[in-house]
Design a binder for this molecule. Sequence first.
Ligand SMILES: [Fe+2]
Length: 268
Amino acid sequence: MLQEKIKKAPPPSSGRSPSPAKAGKDWESYIVPQCWESFTAEDHEVWDLLFARQVELLGSRVVSPFFDGIDLLKLKHPGVPDVDGLNAILEPRTGWRTVAVPGLVPDDIFFAMLSERIFPVGNFIRTREQLDYLEAPDCFHDMFGHIPMLAHHDYAEMTRHIGELGRAAIAAGQGHKAARLYWHSVEFGLAREHGELKILGAGLASSFGEAHFSLESDAVERRPFSVGRAVSTPYKHDAFQPRYLVSQSLEKTIADVLALTPEQLLAL
Ligand SMILES: [Fe+2]
């Protein structure tokens, strides 16, 4: 599964929790109503707690378009964002929209959604007891981690292109190549900005434990990003990454990924 899974010992889940997404042939069949009105006061408080501590933690450690997106999409508004409100700003800007899903979606469905400028967000949020543990990507990971960057025109187009690459790779029985490219850029990539090492990936931007770890730990490898290296570098989906790929810049990552054709990806 491409979407992030983390960490630590899980307490039993309670309240709104993920359930397996229903099977279906097309991505539309995985969409469910967000039912924003069903989020409890406690759910909104958990969002506010996660949001406040993550903003403080990140400071200037994330590429600058991330907080531009937070501001533009009015994500500082208290409480769990509603999908319709986000889409009212996001869709006119970059053509992307968010849809609610009940849990992890299969990789083929996920790439198909990306190729249509659709980003799936969990229709649940972790509990207060599970602040640093996700059974499946919840709405904090999805909305805080991913959606701000989709307000950046070129990054949004790069993400759509990865969806196209993913569809082609899966059709050719080589989905892992697109999965690795996605993972080492959109999810767990690092990038230089004015010479400084910054967080690029949503899995890092939304993680309390791994954000600093990725930038500052001496126990990990950091290697220059290239599409070839991304495709040949395995990843872990259930633990901190043992290695991160560092892009020369956000713009370079975008240019490199957009220049990659499905045929070139399959040949890597
Ligand atoms: Fe993610």
